[in-house]
Write a protein that binds this ligand. Structure first.
Ligand SMILES: Nc1nc2c(ncn2[C@@H]2O[C@H](COP(=O)(O)OP(=O)(O)OP(=O)(O)O)[C@@H](O)[C@H]2O)c(=O)[nH]1
Ligand SMILES: [Mg+2]
Length: 240
């Protein structure tokens, strides 16, 4: 709904005013979603395809990336929580698709944490992730995470090009979008950060030109760096 349409409409019931507010200050309206984030809750864990929970009809986003890249930590930070999601120094910690409702019941959206891929990944985790991505109609955006210190490796490039292929269907429909996130920016010396980010952007572009350019984050910094941008991005992806 455009601003000019709203202003031209004679009868302006409440939804029009709500739309007007969200057009004028989308950021503050989106913040409401995360203000209720403390009521976020764990919904289900699926370690196999048959245990993937039925959709609640809410928009969903999922994170992926090499094991230990910081997927579960980033989702905790997005939710303003310390330990709703279990994290570990040891790679290969998350072993199932874990579903989290955001906002008080019935919720606004669902965040899905996934096991990592790469040398510490397992084939059955890959199958689970692929099945979810292929079948979930509510999936709005995939977030693919890269460690600032490590950059991309062959596993990342393969994952990016595989996801690229599913970004547009044969009929030209885009079922979901793909967004890159750089994690652990605090582990790179500040004077090296610019070239490091430039190289990661270049490598992402080479493997998946349709991937949205990376948001740089650090959950270690105080306040966390880039996490507000991630919240904003998730809300946008879910049309909230
Ligand atoms: N320095 C730093 N460490 C981080 C950051 N984000 C996460 N970590 C650490 O990285 C380690 C792995 O974090 P997780 O969130 O468990 O990583 P994951 O991608 O979920 O890992 P798997 O579940 O094993 O795939 C933990 O020790 C975190 O504390 C960050 O921004 N900076
Ligand atoms: Mg994890």
């Amino acid at each position: 709904m455009s601003l000019s349409y709203i202003l031209r409409t004679k009868h302006r019931p409440l939804p029009y005013f709500k739309a007007l507010v969200s057009l004028c200050c989308p950021y503050s309206t989106q913040q409401d979603i995360w203000q209720h984030a403390s009521s976020a809750d764990f919904l289900a864990a699926a370690a196999s395809i048959s245990s993937i929970p039925k959709s609640k009809g809410l928009p969903e986003i999922i994170v992926t990336g090499r094991a230990n890249v910081g997927k579960s930590t980033l989702l905790n930070s997005v939710l303003g929580r310390k330990s709703l999601l279990s994290t570990s120094k040891k790679a290969g910690h998350t072993k199932s698709l874990n579903f989290y409702r955001v906002g008080a019941e019935p919720g606004k959206l669902i965040l899905v944490d996934a096991p990592g891929y790469g040398a510490r990944g397992r084939p059955q985790w890959g199958e689970l992730f692929d099945h979810y991505v292929r079948m979930r109609k509510e999936l709005r955006r995939i977030y693919i995470l890269f460690n600032a210190k490590h950059g991309l490796n062959a596993f990342d490039a393969r994952m990016l090009s595989m996801l690229s292929e599913s970004l547009v269907t044969a009929r030209g429909v885009q079922p979901f979008t793909l967004q890159a996130i750089i994690t652990k920016a605090d582990t790179v010396p500040v004077d090296q950060l610019e070239p490091v980010i430039a190289k990661i952007r270049e490598d992402i572009w080479a493997a998946a030109p349709l991937c949205l350019p990376p948001i740089v984050t650090s959950t270690e910094m105080s306040p966390p760096f880039g996490v507000d941008l991630v919240r904003h991005n998730i809300a946008n992806a879910c049309s909230l």
